[in-house]
Design a protein around this ligand. Structure first.
Ligand code: MN
Length: 234
């Protein structure tokens, strides 16, 4: 232990990279309702909303190495934990008030992520006009596959599909995103100075639903990879 800190310093959250190395995570930004069909299944009208977002702490990442199976511990204080399969963008550059073109240049790579959600707690927070944090933030709330390097590459299409116990639960295409990857990055940069190490969860297609201990999840995005998880008791 270093003498610099009065307690042991927390570990730097990091995600493995396909081909080797580790991507250090600074912040996790998440976009809500970026697929029209999912917005409708949550009772919203996608044509009437501007993008909005929330965050998860960096140490909620649950990195799963390529070819591995992660163990997602069922979180406390909930009876309804939902899967939301999402394309994750890893930023290698940052900036503030970026144009869409500058935003594309910030892309370092992509991963397959799950925005795990305590839906009952989120619904209660929504009903009471409270922040969503208690629904979206808990240990291991952001499982993520190894990151595929793709500097400056804008993904505009590709199937995104989640199976639970071998049954397809979510299936869509990245082309259905209401706001494109560079638009999402540019949007966040109006509110925050983005930095290398930031991850952005870009929203989920329709078909979100609950998981139970013992479930096996396999999410894949064409051209990005596969994220495999088992839900386990805490
Ligand atoms: Mn989400």
């Amino acid at each position: 232990m270093s003498d610099k800190y009065v307690i042991a310093a927390p570990a730097q959250p990091a995600v493995p990279v396909v081909g080797g190395g580790l991507f250090p995570v600074r912040r996790i930004y998440c976009v809500a309702r970026n697929y029209a069909a999912h917005a409708r299944e949550m009772g919203a009208d996608p044509s009437r909303e501007s993008p909005f977002f929330f965050t998860k702490p960096a140490d909620t990442v649950l990195p799963v190495a390529e070819g591995g199976c992660g163990r997602f511990p069922y979180p406390p204080a909930t009876r309804s934990v939902d899967h939301e399969l999402e394309l994750v963008v890893a930023l290698g550059k940052g900036g503030a008030e970026l144009s869409v073109e500058q935003a594309a240049d910030c892309i370092w790579g992509y991963a397959v992520g799950l925005d795990m959600t305590r839906r009952d707690l989120q619904a209660e927070a929504k009903a009471k006009g409270r922040p969503w944090d208690i629904g979206k933030v808990f240990d291991c709330a952001a499982p993520i596959s190894a990151i595929v390097p793709a500097a400056g590459k804008v993904l505009t299409s590709g199937e995104i599909c989640l199976e639970v116990n071998g049954q397809i639960r979510q299936r869509g295409d990245l082309a259905e995103m209401i706001w494109s990857v560079p638009e999402v990055i540019a949007f966040f940069s109006r509110y925050y100075r983005l930095m290398p190490g930031d991850l952005i969860f870009t929203g989920t297609p329709e078909g979100v639903g609950p998981v139970q201990p013992g479930d096996h999840l396999s999410g894949r995005i064409l051209g990005v990879g596969t994220l495999t998880l088992e839900v386990v008791d805490r």
